[in-house]
Design a protein around this ligand. Structure first.
Ligand code: LHQ
Length: 259
């Protein structure tokens, strides 16, 4: 299985599993990941997702043996990218938080897959490489959208054009990711974080994701109205009532994640 699926209480862990190729992506893996995300979304018991990779790499991007130009000409990359783009769209729109634990090198589409997740932790030994320029391509799978928003125009341009590895600790210092953690601590910390998120007010988190993504193109005026409408939706959830009650009663809230 190119993607391992583990069901934990409240969340699912998806692990890219082609360690001999540093988990380089194939079209089949893209389809499997999309199907796994769809299934998680349909499961009311699943309130968070953790994405990681087996072995010493997180993901080395597209498996280049699958997209070799031949004497007949270049391969048609469109259908392949449509498949990966569906994964990126799904990750952003999923009504639950997605944590990524970058266990090793994340290159090309692998880096941009990680950066599409909501909270990215990386092992200190990991690095991010916008490797595309080295083979004459442009950053894809959302990279040209994500990079400047996370690190600003100057750093985004240098990362994309130079294609140099960015070590995890600098990635965290630059705001590309949330945190760099000791290698041994990565999976325990990522699993504890995802389990904790799975007990939070899931609808509120889903609406927060929606508001932050919409803010990328909205004016302040439009965004203020959107915040008002989404807040109204959040306030109608049982988790809002429970959150306020728990605060006033000075106890930990018990959220259901339901509407
Ligand atoms: C690989 C790969 C790989 C196959 C390592 N493919 N085998 C493009 C086209 C179409 C549509 C979709 O979108 C895209 C977007 C992209 O993702 S383009 C960018 C593709 N990725 C790259 O260009 C990165 C290629 N890999 C590397 O530069 C290095 O492997 C890195 C820097 C990631 C890691 O270096 P090392 O730690 O030195 O490992 P390695 O190079 O020895 O790799 C281990 C094995 O994995 C090796 O096979 P071998 O048989 O020699 O043990 C590599 O050939 C294989 N591998 N990446 N993308």
């Amino acid at each position: 299985m190119a993607i391992l699926v583990e069901k934990h209480p409240g969340y699912r862990q998806f692990t890219l599993n082609r360690p001999d190729r540093l988990n380089a992506l194939t079209s089949e893996m893209g389809e499997a990941l999309l199907a796994a995300l769809d299934e998680a979304e349909r499961d009311p018991g699943c309130r968070a997702i953790l994405l990681t990779g087996v072995g010493r790499g997180f993901c080395a991007g597209q498996d280049l043996t699958e997209v070799m130009p031949t004497e007949a000409g270049p391969p048609d990359l469109g259908p392949l990218l449509d498949g990966y783009n569906a994964v990126i769209r799904k990750l952003r729109a999923l009504p639950m938080p997605v944590v990524c634990a970058v266990n090793g090198v994340a290159a090309g589409a692998g880096a941009n897959l990680a950066l599409a997740c909501d909270i990215v932790l990386a092992a200190k030994s990991a690095s991010f490489i916008e490797a595309f320029a080295k083979i004459g391509l442009i950053p894809d799978v959302g990279g040209t959208w994500t990079l400047p928003r996370l690190v600003g125009a100057a750093r985004a341009r240098a990362l994309a054009i130079l294609a140099e590895p960015l070590p995890a600790e600098r990635a965290a210092a630059w705001g590309l990711i949330w945190q760099a953690v000791d290698d041994d601590a990565l999976m325990p910390e990522a699993q504890a974080l995802t389990a904790r998120l799975a007990q939070q007010a899931t609808v509120g988190i889903a609406l927060t994701k929606r508001a932050l993504d919409a803010a990328e193109t909205n004016t302040l005026d439009v965004q203020l109205d959107l915040e008002r409408d989404l807040q109204d939706e959040a306030a109608r959830t049982p988790d809002y009532a429970e959150g306020v009650r728990a605060f006033l009663e000075k106890r930990a809230p018990k959220f259901t994640g339901r509407r």
